[in-house]
Design a protein around this ligand. Structure first.
Ligand code: S3P
Length: 176
């Protein structure tokens, strides 16, 4: 990897493919990645859906920020995949900036995200129905566009091609 000091967070709406692209990037670049949601689930010993349903979204956001802080300060993973709402919280954006990570927005159409949400077995309490998810999607665009880089996920590109593009452009890596 040429730009070896670069660390990034991947953001974007639920269903855009953050975790998949983080996994592919970590394979391509041979570096560690962390998925914030999985990290939280391991620490809390329960699913994100269970946290939100039992304790509410506000409590989940506090847990999310605590764990993001921990990841950013105690871990030097080069790639961090955020949950879809994490980047919309000002404190989280501040932590990311303070720790000098570059933010990458995976931008896609609502229909693309919704298709993946509906096909996924993962429970997402904040996207229970299409109209609610659409509203959230629209409200969040103003936060996502604050990210340092934007990659538009076009239907003709697969996840491997998107990861390759990010590796080449953000990390200046040569991927064959
Ligand atoms: C959320 C997205 C989820 C998860 C939680 C809340 C959100 O992650 O963090 O259900 O507010 O958009 P994914 O984006 O990986 O689905």
């Amino acid at each position: 990897m040429e730009n070896s000091n670069q660390r990034i967070v991947l953001t974007g709406f639920m269903g855009v493919g953050k975790s998949t692209i983080a996994r592919l990037l970590s394979c391509m670049l041979g570096c560690e990645k962390i998925d914030l949601d999985s990290f939280i689930e391991k620490k809390e010993k329960r699913t994100i859906a269970a946290i939100i349903k039992r304790d509410g979204e506000a409590r989940f956001r506090r847990i999310e920020t605590e764990n993001l802080r921990r990841i950013l300060s105690e871990n030097d993973a080069k790639i961090v995949a955020l949950g879809g709402g994490a980047w919309t919280i000002e404190e989280n954006r501040r932590l990311i900036k303070q720790n000098k990570l570059t933010s990458v927005w995976l931008e896609s159409s609502f229909e693309h995200c919704w298709r993946n949400i509906s096909l996924s077995k993962r429970e997402r309490p904040l996207a229970k129905n299409k109209s609610g998810a659409r509203k959230l999607f629209d409200e969040r665009q103003k936060y996502y566009c604050l990210a340092d880089w934007h990659f538009v996920i076009k239907p003709e590109l697969n996840s491997f091609e998107i990861a390759k593009k990010i590796a080449e452009e953000v990390f200046s890596a040569k991927i064959n």
